[in-house]
Design a binder for this molecule. Structure first.
Ligand SMILES: N[C@@H](CCC(=O)N[C@@H](CS)C(=O)NCC(=O)O)C(=O)O
Length: 210
């Protein structure tokens, strides 16, 4: 590892780690990553807890600066190494991108996570069909807000790709890869097809679900 290289703690199949990896890819940031969390453990190591008292991934270290919270990490990387190119410069555009990032963490995540866990991380005989059905319905409704926004704009915060697309873009791949019946949402499909053209999306997001 080069002395000044950013270090990322987190397994590659974590949605929140994937956001940071995708962001690094967009900004051309080199990093060293260590498998952490999930089956790799480490979350409760004392040294790790000192960096990230939540015991979750991702965590990054840049020089002496330690940061956790995936969306905050992306904002930091964009400000420090990206010349802020992944956020619109107008206050309105920036607020809109931030809003979609916050909405993913505060609202959307809770609808889709039960679906993903049931269908991907739970053995078939232990799955809860009622929970799957309820989550499918809630997630479809939540995507409807995104569908409406994307009917007006190419990307979530306007005509250009931004950080606003990353948190939901991570979940779009999972949504379209799950063995479920999805409501027809033509604008989300168009947006997802655009994301699939991006190299870092192909590298870090379009990987087998696990
Ligand atoms: N709000 C935090 C959530 C972090 C989080 O929940 N991370 C999950 C993985 S997506 C985690 O660490 N789970 C335990 C583990 O991987 O061992 C963020 O956005 O960074």
């Amino acid at each position: 590892m080069e002395a000044n290289m950013i270090k990322i703690w987190g397994r590659t199949d974590s949605s929140n780690v994937q956001k940071v990896l995708w962001c690094c890819g967009e900004l051309g940031i080199e990093f060293e990553r260590v498998d952490w969390g999930g089956k790799f453990g480490g979350n409760n190591d004392q040294a790790y807890r000192e960096m990230n008292p939540n015991g979750l991934v991702p965590t990054i270290k840049d020089g002496d600066f330690v940061l956790w919270e995936s969306n905050s990490i992306m904002r930091y990387l964009n400000a420090k190494y990206g010349n802020r190119k992944l956020l619109p410069s107008s206050p309105e555009g920036m607020a809109s991108a931030n809003r979609w990032m916050d909405w993913q963490l505060s609202t959307f995540n809770a609808t889709i996570v039960p679906l993903f866990w049931n269908l991907v991380r739970t053995p078939p005989d232990k799955r809860d069909p009622k929970a799957v059905h309820a989550a499918l319905e809630k997630t479809g409704k939540a995507w409807q807000l995104v569908e409406k926004q994307l009917a007006q704009h190419r990307f979530l915060a306007g005509e250009e790709f931004s950080l606003g697309d990353i948190p939901l873009g991570v979940w779009a791949y999972r949504w379209f890869s799950l063995p479920i019946e999805r409501p027809e949402q033509a604008n989300i499909t168009r947006w997802y097809n655009q994301l699939k053209q991006r190299k870092p999306y192909q590298t870090y997001i379009m990987i087998p679900l696990s």
